[in-house]
Design a binder for this molecule. Structure first.
Ligand code: C2E
Ligand code: CA
Ligand code: CA
Ligand code: CA
Length: 278
């Protein structure tokens, strides 16, 4: 009937209205945090799965709301990409990560950090020069910096992406392929781009113990990494079963809630220091 149609319409328009309002609010918070240099980094430790020593960390950006609540990246990274704010966001994250590396070096216990980089940043011709500047200003040992790029970043013009990755690699940092297996993988990328690390996506890791296909996929990824001489990192390790299966297959580096959630800087440092001394 007509009235049902009208109800439906107002329901959807209300929904849309709220979605737009929330988007506008998030964008305003993001702009403010970028302007005030107030983006926050969380750090998730990466472990040697044999010794359970922390061997580095992944930086994960957060927006902290006025009331102290934490806004996760899935709520603002896509928005940052749509609005072009991703370039400034990415530069701020990179500067903060490099400052953290620098202070860890000064304190005589250098920590290797991985920073997530969006496809749009890789596609920006000036990106390698910007990273070079940040490394120079922060005076870090560039081998302590790793960039995690997703397969979608490799989908643009082949020569341009290859030149960009080669220029980044020349700065002395390392390059990891993130979320491996979830994108439009062409295996030839792995040979043709200067990558050093494969990150096994958590969707495979988490299904390994219940789904034999997921187990087979992880097995294949491990063999591939071994034969191409790439380092491996598994993400999303949540249970002892995940851990055992990964080690059985020959993956000896990883991160996940089983060992540690992403932590604010101070909490991460406390954990890192207490595990170093124990
Ligand atoms: P990602 O790069 O795949 O990062 C891994 C995500 O899995 C993180 O979510 C992390 O907190 C979460 N995680 C870690 N261990 C576990 C686990 O055991 N179980 C489960 N279920 N999840 C786990 P987070 O921090 O919410 O980040 C989500 C995504 O946002 C990241 O996925 C990355 O794509 C993006 N992101 C985060 N920080 C940045 C950044 O600085 N720049 C860009 N461009 N993207 C970022
Ligand atoms: Ca990542
Ligand atoms: Ca992932
Ligand atoms: Ca991701």
């Amino acid at each position: 009937s007509k009235s049902t149609g009208k109800d439906k319409f107002s329901f959807f328009s209300k929904d849309l209205h709220f979605a737009m309002q929330s988007r506008i609010k998030t964008e305003a918070k993001l702009r403010k945090a970028i302007k005030e240099n107030a983006l926050t980094l969380f750090y998730q430790p990466k472990y040697d799965l044999n010794t359970m020593q922390i061997i580095g960390a992944e930086c994960l950006v957060r927006l902290i709301d006025a009331d102290g609540s934490v806004i996760p990246p899935d709520e603002f990274i896509p928005l940052a990409e749509e609005t072009g704010l991703i370039h400034e966001l990415g530069a701020q994250v990179m500067r903060k990560a490099c400052d953290f590396i620098r202070s860890s070096e000064r304190e005589g216990r250098p920590i290797k950090l991985a920073v997530n980089v969006s496809a749009q940043q890789i596609a920006n011709q000036a990106f390698a020069d910007e990273v070079e500047d940040i490394i120079r200003v922060s005076e870090i040992d560039p081998s302590l910096l790793e960039l995690e790029v997703t397969e979608s970043a490799l989908m643009a013009d082949f020569e341009e992406i290859k030149d960009m990755l080669t220029a980044l690699k020349r700065l002395g940092l390392s390059l990891a392929l993130d979320d491996f297996g979830t994108g439009y993988s062409s295996l030839s990328y792995l040979r043709r781009f200067p990558l050093q690390v494969l990150k096994i996506d958590k969707s495979f890791v988490q299904d390994m113990d219940t789904d034999s296909q997921a187990f087979d996929i992880v097995n294949a990824i491990v063999r591939l990494a071994l034969s191409l001489n790439l380092a491996l990192v598994a993400e999303g390790i949540e249970t002892e079963q995940h851990l055992t299966a990964l080690k059985e297959l020959g993956c000896f580096t990883g991160q996940g809630y089983l060992m540690c959630r992403p932590l604010a800087e101070n909490a991460f440092l406390r954990k890192y220091l207490s595990e170093q001394s124990s």
